[in-house]
Every structure is written in structure tokens, then in C-alpha cells.
Design a protein around this ligand. Structure first.
Ligand code: NAD
Ligand code: UDP
Length: 338
């Protein structure tokens, strides 16, 4: 089975993907600078999977260290998660985002070239679609980046495709994630937002623990069935499984491709609050607040390409997403009756 290196492998999506890869018999090396990951993650992964987890503590811009790790571990493919991901921060400090995400990716490509590693799965984002003309969104929809973070994702997608076209890489899959939520059902790994969460699910779970008094629902006058924003939330374990399948596909089928990862179903903010209450038995107080600047009314994926190419389909429900997000957050907050 292939040897896979995960940049940013100790982070939220990387750690769950490591579980999915190990379950399919791959050998996994995590490369992370732990800028946004807990030090305990590799041990928890080892405990969870019973597998040996190789860890390289390094920045992706350190070409020598990354190239050595790729060569020493005989790596067949890289899954590239390592990046900065806060939209607001990207607008406040564009050069930091160009440096970490774009220059970082170029350095990774240099290391791959040195080591002769020719396959890549790349974490992109549905944010590249910006304001879509309509949902469900197909991969050939126009890209309308609205912020520096989105720009870095689109540039990285293009760089990877260029390197395939020119023969430096064999295979690249750009995965455009819609809204990842949830955690592994063991509650041993999950998402750890620092400070006040921007995203809906971490905010809801912190209201449920009592860390925050209520949720602000940003707008109830959108042109959506109940007036609140509609998104395509996808369980992180479904996302993780898709990475494993995408990787296996690209190792067999050279080329560059871009694939949406979502469920194909739009869920409103009020739907999510009610699902959370149903799945966890907790009450989520909320107040209707003004729209959040820059928010889109509705977007969700057409995920049919992922199904066709990878034979992948999201399986976990909104209730699973709520239950697993809650288990993770409750455990962190020391609440045991979940
Ligand atoms: P995360 O912050 O939990 O994981 C990123 C990991 O990369 C962290 O462990 C961090 O320590 C590491 N890292 C950051 N910069 C690094 C560097 N220069 N060198 C080495 N390691 C570095 O984020 P995540 O939510 O797991 O996101 C993973 C990827 O998916 C990112 O590229 C992100 O842009 C993309 N993405 C995330 C979402 C989401 O909602 N979480 C949505 C769309 C796309
Ligand atoms: N949202 C909300 N309150 C919050 C956070 C988010 O009402 O505290 C809404 C937001 O306006 C959007 C949806 O929840 O309609 C998803 O927001 P999130 O930030 O999680 O994802 P994104 O908007 O980046 O897709």
C-alpha cells in the first residue's frame, strides 16, 4: 500500500484523514509545525488506530527537511492540508497569506521535485466560487474569489495543474470542500478553534456548553426557505474518506482534476439549530442579528463528479454531525453526560 505524507496532518481535517487512510492500510507520515494543532494529536491517533504514527515537526517552507522526509519515508503521494485559513486574517495581512499558503506550497513542490514525489491531493475550498449564480454548484462554475484566502486557494490549484501539464507532477486532485463539521465519533480528535469561533457549528457547541450565552443568527431575510443562510455541511469523516479515495484514484489515473466535496444538500442556520437540539437534547438560545458582511445567501455542492470518479458519497447525516461535534466539545468542556 502507498506511503502518504500529510502536511498539516495534525490539524482538524488532516488528523481525521489520517484515521481514514490508516483504516485502508496506508502508511501515514504527519508533517506539521504545530502552529494550529495540539501536541497530543499524534498520540491520540496512535491510541485510536493502534498504528504507528510517524511525525515530522517542520514548516512546509523548510525544503531540505521536507525533501528528506519524503525520500526517507519513500512517499508516494502528499496530501497538502497545511495552510492558514481565516478569511478575516487574510484580508488584514495579505502578505502573510501569500507567504504561508502560496510560497509555502511552492517550497513543498520544490521538496517534492527533489525527492521525486509526483502525486498530490490538495485542500481547496468552495470559497473559490464566491457568489454563485445558482446552487447546486458544479466544478465548472465561474470562480469569483472574494478575499485573499480564496485567492491563495485558486493560485495553488492553478500551480498544481501547471506542474502536471509540464510533467513535473503526475497527478493532482484539488478538493473543494464545502462546510466541514463534526469530529471522530470517539471524541479523541476534533476541531479546536482559537478564540471566538467564526463558524456556525463550533459556535453552537460553545453555546451548548454554556461558554457563550446565545448564538447570533446572521440574517433571517435572505431569499431562502426560512430566511437564514443555507450551506452544505459535510461530516469530517466523510471528507476524510473522500481524501483516501481521491488519493487512490490519482495514483491510478494521472492528470489534474478539481472535485467538489459536499453532501449536495443545503441546510439553513435554523435547520442546524433544530438538528443540534434534537441530536443532543441541549437547548440553543439564539437571537436574530443583522446579516454578516460578505455572506452569501445559499450555496451547496453538486457532488456527482466525486461519486462518478471516486465512487464516494457522503453517508453521515446532519444528526451525526451535531452529535459528534457535541461529543468532542462536551469532552473538552469536561461535560460527561453525553
Ligand atoms: P487546521 O488549521 O486545523 O490544520 C492545518 C494544519 O497545518 C495545522 O495543524 C497547522 O499547525 C499546520 N500548518 C499550518 N501552516 C503550516 C506550515 N507552514 N508548515 C507546517 N504545518 C503548518 O485547518 P483544517 O481545518 O484542518 O484545514 C486544512 C486545510 O483545509 C487548509 O488548507 C484549509 O485552508 C482547508 N479548508 C478548510 C476548511 C474548514 O472549514 N476547516 C474549509 C475549506 C478548506
Ligand atoms: N452563522 C450564524 N451565526 C454564527 C456563525 C455563522 O448565523 O455565529 C451563519 C452564517 O451567516 C452562514 C452559516 O451560518 O449563513 C455558515 O457560516 P460559517 O461561517 O460556518 O460558514 P461560511 O459562511 O464560511 O460558509
Amino acid at each position: 500500500m502507498p506511503n502518504i505524507l500529510l502536511t498539516g496532518g495534525a490539524g482538524y481535517i488532516g488528523s481525521h484523514t489520517a484515521v481514514a487512510l490508516l483504516a485502508r492500510g496506508h502508511t501515514v507520515t504527519l508533517l506539521d509545525n504545530f502552529a494550529n494543532a495540539e501536541r497530543e494529536v499524534p498520540d491520540r491517533l496512535a491510541q485510536l488506530t493502534g498504528a504507528e504514527i510517524l511525525v515530522v515537526e517542520a514548516d512546509i517552507r523548510d525544503v531540505e527537511t521536507v525533501a528528506t522526509a519524503l525520500a526517507d519515508q519513500n512517499i508516494d503521494a502528499v496530501i497538502h492540508f497545511a495552510a492558514l485559513k481565516a478569511v478575516g486574517e487574510s484580508e488584514a495581512d495579505p502578505l502573510l497569506y501569500y507567504e504561508m499558503n502560496i510560497v509555502g506550497t511552492i517550497r513543498l513542490f520544490e521538496a517534492m521535485q527533489k525527492a521525486g514525489t509526483k502525486n498530490l491531493v490538495f485542500s481547496s475550498s468552495a470559497t473559490v466560487y464566491g457568489q454563485p449564480d445558482a446552487s447546486p454548484i458544479l466544478e465548472n462554475a465561474p470562480t469569483r474569489v472574494q478575499n485573499i484566502y480564496g485567492r491563495t486557494k485558486l493560485v495553488m490549484e492553478d500551480l498544481g495543474a501547471d506542474l502536471v501539464r509540464t510533467g513535473f507532477l503526475k497527478g493532482v486532485v484539488n478538493l473543494r470542500y464545502f462546510n466541514p463539521v463534526g469530529a471522530h465519533s470517539s471524541a479523541m480528535i476534533g476541531e479546536t478553534p482559537s478564540g471566538v469561533p467564526n463558524n456556525l457549528m463550533p459556535y453552537i457547541t460553545q453555546v451548548a456548553t454554556g461558554e457563550r450565552p446565545y448564538l447570533q443568527v446572521f440574517g433571517n431575510d435572505y431569499d431562502t426557505p426560512d430566511g437564514t443562510g443555507v450551506r452544505d455541511y459535510i461530516h469530517v469523516m466523510d471528507l476524510a474518506e473522500a481524501h483516501a479515495l481521491a488519493l487512490e484514484y490519482i495514483l491510478q489515473t494521472p492528470g489534474a482534476l478539481t472535485v467538489n466535496l459536499g453532501t449536495g444538500t443545503g441546510i439553513s442556520v435554523l435547520d442546524m439549530i433544530h438538528a443540534f437540539e434534537r441530536a443532543t437534547g441541549r437547548t440553543i438560545p439564539f437571537k436574530i442579528s443583522p446579516r454578516r458582511p460578505g455572506d452569501v445567501a445559499s450555496y451547496y455542492a453538486n457532488p456527482s463528479l466525486a461519486e462518478r470518479l471516486f465512487n464516494w458519497k457522503a453517508k453521515l447525516t446532519v444528526d451525526d454531525m451535531c452529535r459528534d461535534s457535541w461529543r468532542w466539545q462536551a469532552r473538552r468542556a469536561g461535560i460527561n453526560d453525553v
